[in-house]
Write a protein that binds this ligand. Structure first.
Ligand code: GLV
Ligand code: MN
Ligand code: MN
Length: 431
């Protein structure tokens, strides 16, 4: 039971928020771009430098730092070796020429919040039911290595260590070798028992800003269908080769790109689609392309709708191939099912926002997050703070410091509740 001298909520202090600001500024200087963004691809030298800074920060504050076989970095605070951990975090890798906030915010806020709760628990002489930990998941973005969410998927067992480590970047370097190069390829996966997972992230949308809300409590996530498609044509001279005999793989890809957009238009607000990467061989101005490879994405709240879109698109690819004299192959297909975040944690987040006077509402995420991986098995909460103009994966991505601080305060209070008052979200008596 709480008493008057030990209130049943704690949150980040001004000193904690100043520590967050310093850590965030340090991060923003590692992989910074000319326009004030961030270019910190997974397992790059910049990612290595940021990991070093993160581990040093944790080590100075008494966290036990451990690295697993796919480079996930855990900062553990263990009160009771037989208890599971309330884990929080996100990712320190970025997209190319991207923003400073995506992922990094959740890791650094998590580190500061765990340190704050730990310190305040010790000051109060309070022993939590669960331990605390922060994590940096490897290669959330899927920019340099595919698929996305590699670290969290491997932790959850839906991807093997061998699959993860053998993923190759555009230069043919494997993730395993890149991690070894920066000193973050651990020997084995770690058994970190998880009681709950909390992830704080910038919204990457404009709902919170438009509605004047400080916090979005994500209730569910969209599904995603990701295909790698290859067209094979015939290499030829762009000058003399008669138009009628050309088998142009890039022309086929161009038709496919238009078809990807057309598919989304059939479903109004219920589907987003894109082709984000195109590889062309030999990619010479006066050679009819022999090969074109496209990375295609369809996202929707509805898995049946995605399945139907996939079937229609497959037929469209066959039609395009016939019209262009090419052949096509779906080299890789991945369906990420939608997920629902934990009801009890979401309710606790709403109640805690009310106590901290943070206006909040329910949110949905279309973007991918490591929380989606964790939510398949563990009570998971994903919390958003506003993104200015909803802009993300862009150097100009921005969230005001006051908004970042509101999220840190909420995360600190929620971590406290999740480790000391698990009955409030897992059911049963409030401890
Ligand atoms: C990552 O940012 C994704 O949404 O796939
Ligand atoms: Mn992210
Ligand atoms: Mn991202």
């Amino acid at each position: 039971m709480s008493s008057l001298s030990t209130p049943d909520i704690i949150t980040a202090t001004e000193a904690d928020l100043a520590a967050f600001d310093a850590l965030f500024a340090h991060s923003s200087a590692i992989g910074t771009t000319a326009n004030g963004g961030l270019h910190r691809l997974a397992a790059s030298a910049e990612d290595g430098a940021m990991r070093d800074a993160f581990c040093a920060w944790l080590g100075e504050r008494g966290f036990e730092v451990r690295v697993d076989a796919v480079g996930n970095v855990f900062g553990l605070v263990t009160f009771n070796p037989s208890a599971p951990y309330v884990l929080c975090g996100s990712h320190l890798d970025s997209q190319p020429n991207a923003g400073r906030f995506d992922g990094t915010y959740g890791v650094l806020a998590g580190a500061v919040a765990v340190a704050s709760v730990t310190r305040q628990l010790r000051e109060r002489g309070e022993t939590p039911a669960f331990n605390l930990a922060v994590v940096n998941w490897t290669n959330e973005e899927g920019a340099r290595f595919q698929p996305s969410l590699i670290g969290s998927s491997t932790f959850m067992g839906s991807l093997s260590v061998a699959e993860a480590c053998s993923s190759r970047d555009a230069a043919g370097i494997t993730l395993g070798d890149a991690l070894a190069q920066i000193g973050y390829r651990g020997e084995a996966m770690l058994d970190v028992p998880v009681a709950a997972y909390l992830e704080l992230h910038v919204e990457q949308g404009s709902q919170l800003e438009n509605q004047g809300l400080a916090i979005g409590v994500v209730r569910h996530t969209w599904a995603a269908l990701k295909w790698r498609v290859r067209f094979d044509g015939e290499q030829n001279h762009t000058g003399p080769a008669p138009m009628a005999v050309r088998r142009d793989a890039l022309l086929a890809a161009a038709h496919a790109i238009v078809a990807v957009k057309a598919e989304a238009e059939l479903h109004g607000l219920h589907m987003h689609s894109s082709v984000g990467r195109l590889e062309v061989e030999p990619n010479s101005p006066n050679v009819v392309p022999a090969l074109a490879r496209l990375l295609v994405e369809f996202r929707s709240p509805s898995t049946p709708l995605l399945a139907a879109a996939g079937e229609r698109f497959r037929a469209t690819l066959a039609d395009i191939a016939a019209r262009t004299g090419t052949t096509f192959e779906i080299e890789h297909a991945q369906l990420r099912e939608p997920s629902h975040l934990h009801h009890g944690l979401s309710e606790l987040a709403h109640a805690t926002c009310a106590e901290l006077a943070l206006p909040c509402g329910d949110s949905v995420t279309v973007a991918g997050h490591d929380a989606i991986s964790l939510s398949r098995r563990y009570p998971t909460s994903l919390l958003f703070v506003p993104s200015q103009g909803g802009l993300s994966h862009n150097e100009a991505e921005f969230t005001a410091t006051a908004d970042l601080h509101r999220g840190v305060r909420l995360l600190t209070a929620l971590l406290y509740r999740a480790c000391c008052q698990p009955g409030r979200y897992l059911g049963g008596a409030t401890s």
